[in-house]
Write a protein that binds this ligand. Sequence first.
Ligand SMILES: [Zn+2]
Length: 520
Amino acid sequence: MQRHVVLITLWLALAGRGSTAEFDLVLRGGRIVDGHGNPARFADVAVKDGRIAAIGRPGTNAAEVIDVPGLIIAPGFIDVHTHAENILELPSARNFARMGVTTLILGNCGSGPVDVGGFFRRAGATNIAVNVALLIGQGSIRSHVMGGSFMRPPTDEELGRMKQVVAKGMEDGALGMSTGLIYLPGTFTKTGELVELARVVAEHGGLYASHMRNESDHIMESLEELFTIAREARLPAHISHLKLGGQKNWGQTGKVIEAIERARASGLDITQDQYVYTASSTSIGSLIPEEAREGGKFKERMQDADERAKVIAQLKEQAAKRGTDFSYAVIASYDSQPRLNGLNLSQAAKELYGDESLDRQIDAILEIQLNGGASGVFHSMNEDDVRAYLRHPNTMIAADSSVRAWQSGVPHPRGYGNNARVLGRYVREEKVLKLEDAVRRMTSLPAATFQIKDRGSLREGAWADIVVFDPGTVSDKATFEQPHHYATGFRLVLVNGVKVVVDDAPANGARPGRVVRRGQ
Ligand SMILES: [Zn+2]
């Protein structure tokens, strides 16, 4: 048996060497959209040794020629905002690959591996299907150095150590630093502390990417904080998953965009990304005030009647401010009681206690948190606002998703559909964006902003991360009710010249992804 394998391997190696073909692959008869916003044009694309070898009329002297008439050939998509650290466990990353995403940026919202070099070594040894790059997560570093998530400033010694970890991460090839300022311990981090760390990122030429402190009633103050960090630390700043939550804020995107434009006019380099849905997704526990969760003592505090009463009062106030109960929040994945997945908090209260009142909804929130927590989907945005942000020329397209485990839970559909939804719904159907511009926001714009070299562009010499799709049919199939559906319309997805998707199906389990370090 083993001898058999050796012989086949030898034959393959000799066959490869003996081949006289000029190229490994030629894509013929399609239209290219180069990633830079230029108008689509007819051209063939030739691939050799993982790179784009020729564009135009390279001929057909190739080991393989694939005819793609009527289809678009574009650079593989770069998703700048993912939580796909779990790609080490789910290396095929199918939900991403099957909507044309060929490079993932991990480590967002302040959370990610503290040892950047170590993570890259593991990723390099794992055989992943798509490329990965990394941001250093400020929250993870703070917890690591301070020994937990505490509502206090760091000592000088702790701050010094955090700076060292940031510097090491940047030296190891991180693209920059992310924050998640609604999460523990990001929420306890004051602006000055962030500026100190951002200065280290700036010294290494990286960027600052932030899940801002507030994305609804206080979004303007949060923008100011981001601008302050960009100005004082002198580095580019990127707004993660730009949105406007809370019904009473709907229609105010103009103010947000104006503030961003003013900051840019004053010399700051501000960009943003977005997922194109009217619901967000994070932990159900994020509804609970952070003081109650601080220091890992939530359970302890909930045993104290006064503390519990205080948290309940705070949650009631939150609901009153919103003018709704918690039925806008849907349980996505709750390990302790999976039967609640897909139910909103009103339905979950009914299921748990036979009563859907606000009091019982709050009991459900606390019970979920006490039993290990759950992820949730929060229906809190407005479609016109989504379109308004999408129209801004510096908005990139990012799914804010982990690698999805097939059929597990009822997660936000963005992880399966985001890029395809932009191309189908917002380009073809609603004509909010031109195709070339939509592709630019998925390719060259993220590559330039996050310093990813030789990707996000169809040009000779670039890595052959290529997606071939049908502009007439490309669509997302994942819905809030049934999220586990792959996007469709993808004829071919190549990562470093190797097929990972063929005709909306995985291509023989190939996993050609690479680790992408800043500027490399
Ligand atoms: Zn986030």
